[in-house]
Every structure is written in C-alpha cells, then in structure tokens.
Design a protein around this ligand. Structure first.
Ligand code: NAD
Ligand code: DAO
Ligand code: ZN
Length: 367
C-alpha cells in the first residue's frame, strides 16, 4: 500500500513529506493506522546526528497512537479496530529480560530494531524502490506503519488519540521514572533538571507519589510557570550558578531523588551531586550525545549517593501503558495542558523548530 510519511532522508535535513510504499504485516506483525504522534526531543537528537544508532533514510517518530487495521498470521493479542500505542520498548513476556522481573528492557527484537529493521531483517518501507528504515521499531511519522505484535499496547477506545499518543513516550518515561525506577515515597524531596516534555511528567509523577518538596531546575525561566502547574514547589534558574550548593542548602543536605531530563552530561553530574549523602539517588533519563561521558568524584558514591538510569520509565509496555491511559482518563495525571501545539503532517518541521526554540512542551501531529 501507499502511505504518507515524513521521511528523514539525511541527518540535519528537514523531513520531507512524500508517499512511501508500505508492505503489509508478516507473521506476528500488525498494520497500524497512526492517528496522532508527538514530537519528542529524541527524534530531534537522531535527526541532528547525535544518535550512534541513527540510520538514514528513515521514518522517525516513536510517540504515537492509532488503530490496528490488519494483522499478520499468528497474531492473537490484538485484532483489527483495536486502539493501540506503539512501543519502542516491547514486551515479549518470554525473553530472559522479561522473565527476570528486574527490567523492562525486553531483548526479543532488540538487535533488528537497533538496525532499523523488522525482526525478519527487512524493512516494510520503501521509496522509489529504495529501502527506508524503521525508527525505534515505531516510525510514527507515517500515517500507516507495521509493528511486531509484542510492540503494541492495546488501550481503551475512549482515550483521545491527540493526547494519549504522549503516553507512548513522554508521559510514561517521566511518571514511570518516579513510580517504577525511583519508587518515590510520600514525604521524599525530589529535584528535576530540565522542565520539558519529560521533566514536567516527572514533576506530576512526584506529586502523585506524595513528594514533599519538588524542585525544578532549568535555564529557561519561562519553565517556572509550567513546573508550578504540575506540582513544582520551588524553581532554580541554573544560569545563576552554584546549583548544587543551592539545592543542598534548600533541602537540608540534598535530594532524596533527582532526575536528569536534559541529556547534558554536566547537568547529570549536578543531579548526582545535589543528592543527600548516605542515600540520595539520581536517575538519568536524558539521552546524551554519542561519545559523551559522565564524571564525578568516586567519593560521591563511596558516601552513599547512587547513580541509576531508566528507559521508558521502567514501564513494561503491554502491561503498564493501558494502566497509565486509565490514570489519564480517571484524572490522576494530566496531559491536555502539555499539548501546546497541534500540527498537520505537512507542518511537522515547525514542531522541531518550536522545540529547539523552547516554545513548545509537546507538539502533536494529527493525521
Ligand atoms: P525538551 O527539549 O522538551 O526539554 C529539555 C529541557 O531541559 C528544556 O526545558 C531546557 O531548557 C532544559 N535544559 C537545557 N539545558 C539545561 C541545563 N543546563 N540545566 C537545566 N535545564 C536545562 O526535551 P524532552 O522531550 O523533555 O527530553 C528530555 C531528554 O529526555 C532528552 O535528552 C531526551 O532524549 C530524553 N528522553 C529519554 C527517554 C528515556 O526513556 N530515557 C525517553 C524520552 C526522552
Ligand atoms: O535494550 O539495549 C537495549 C536498549 C533499549 C533502548 C531503549 C530506549 C532508550 C531510551 C531512548 C529514548 C527514548 C525516546
Ligand atoms: Zn522480552
């Protein structure tokens, strides 16, 4: 079939809207009509050439929601007309990782997904006879896409696509980092570095978990008002310097939990070092540019600070994503105010500009 898609033909180039060819689903795969997709910083990071796994030409986008239109042989867990959210972190429930009970990093299709291919090592997308690669196993910047059955979460049908697509990455990553990875408890003090599409969800997750103080740190003072909307109690403008010292003084020794939502390795160091001696834990969410490394004095760890990281908020997609959709529909978490811009596919590059200018929280493309 033909489908409209925004193709990344090369790094650092604007996406081009073209009609691509899409092969139907093979065994264990499903064809999904994407109804809405968010634009996440990670799409920009790959397009800008900072992703060591970045492959071109490809169809980016990993934060979508849509409807199953066709299933391949052997598919049992979803059927046509089901509403689904694509999962860049699948959940096969059979691999060593899934069975460990210790991680959400399913390994079933990891190798081919990282190469922009489906599990049979081929791509379903092509343009003028040339292969177009998949991205993070999702490629939601295409109106139709093909996904492995283990990489879709079935969700309730009354959840609007325009907002629930954000659960495909930003919401789950931020809220999940708090409730799954950190396991923040009532009364804990939390510090969030970077109040963008991920950081604001960490803030609302911390509020839901009953955190006492929720300190937001950003270099953009406009983000203070955004943080307050979702439960931030204090704001620090990082441009004023001595961030670590100010947090340690403000929180009587430091944070119980801190979260990096910037991808900047210098900020990751601040996030670790602002943690309370003896127990504070810093969680890296931000994805740093290829080749970057983190540093701190080992004595920071000797004296009881912990450094950890999380992908997709530690969520097991097929199990946890439908629950997060319920939290949204039941009003336990908010999404609507974070969708600052709704665009047509033709205007998708504007969504990237808005993100780089710090003017959007989430831009969503609706098909
Ligand atoms: P965003 O651009 O919306 O937000 C980033 C925020 O960080 C902005 O508000 C910016 O002003 C702020 N910032 C930049 N430099 C700073 C500094 N020195 N100190 C304090 N704040 C600073 O991006 P986003 O969509 O929220 O994504 C954030 C990060 O999370 C990215 O690196 C993205 O790739 C990553 N990410 C990780 C996962 C995961 O599963 N681990 C999932 C999604 C996104
Ligand atoms: O299993 O080895 C692995 C890697 C899984 C990759 C998970 C994605 C990491 C987070 C990237 C940002 C997502 C938007
Ligand atoms: Zn698995």
């Amino acid at each position: 079939m033909k489908t409209r898609a925004a193709v990344a033909f090369a790094e650092k180039q604007p996406l081009e809207i073209v009609e691509v060819d899409l092969e139907g689903p093979k065994a264990g795969e499903v064809l999904v009509e994407i109804k809405a997709t968010g634009i996440c910083h990670t799409d920009a990071y790959t397009l800008d050439g900072f992703d060591s796994e970045g492959i071109f030409p490809s169809i980016l986008g990993h934060e979508g929601a849509g409807i199953v239109r066709e299933v391949g042989p052997g598919v049992t867990s979803v059927a046509p007309d089901d509403h689904v959210i694509p999962l860049y972190t699948p959940e096969c429930r059979q691999c060593k990782m899934c069975l460990s009970g210790k991680t959400n990093l399913c390994s079933a299709i990891r190798e081919t997904q990282g190469k922009g291919l489906m599990p049979d090592r081929t791509s379903r997308f092509s343009y003028k006879g040339e292969t177009i690669f998949h991205y993070m196993g999702c490629s939601t910047f295409s109106n139709f896409t093909v996904l492995p059955e283990i990489a879709v979460a079935k969700i309730r049908k009354d959840a609007p696509f325009k907002t629930s697509c954000y659960i495909g990455c930003g919401v789950t990553t931020g809220v999940g980092a708090v409730v799954n990875t950190a396991d923040v408890r009532p009364g804990d003090n939390v510090v969030v570095f970077g109040l963008g599409g991920i950081g604001l969800n960490v803030i609302q997750g911390a509020k839901m978990a009953g955190a006492a103080r929720i300190v937001g740190v950003d270099i953009n003072p406009d983000k203070a008002e955004w943080g307050e909307k979702f439960g931030m109690t204090d704001f620090i403008d990082a441009r004023d310097g001595s961030v670590v010292e100010r947090i340690v003084n403000m929180l009587d020794g430091g944070a119980d939990y801190s979260f990096d939502c910037t991808g900047n390795v210098e900020v990751m160091r601040q996030a670790l070092e602002c943690c309370h001696k003896g127990w504070g834990t810093s969680i890296i969410i931000g994805v740093a540019e290829a080749g970057k490394e983190i540093a701190t004095r080992p004595f920071q760890l000797v004296t009881g600070r912990n450094w950890r990281g999380t992908a997709f908020g530690g969520a097991k997609g097929r199990t946890d994503v439908p629950k997060i959709v319920d939290w949204y529909m039941d009003g336990r978490i908010e999404i609507d105010p974070m969708i600052t811009h709704v665009l047509e596919l033709e205007d998708i590059n504007k969504g990237f500009d808005l993100m780089h200018e710090g003017k959007s929280i989430r831009s969503v493309v609706v098909y």
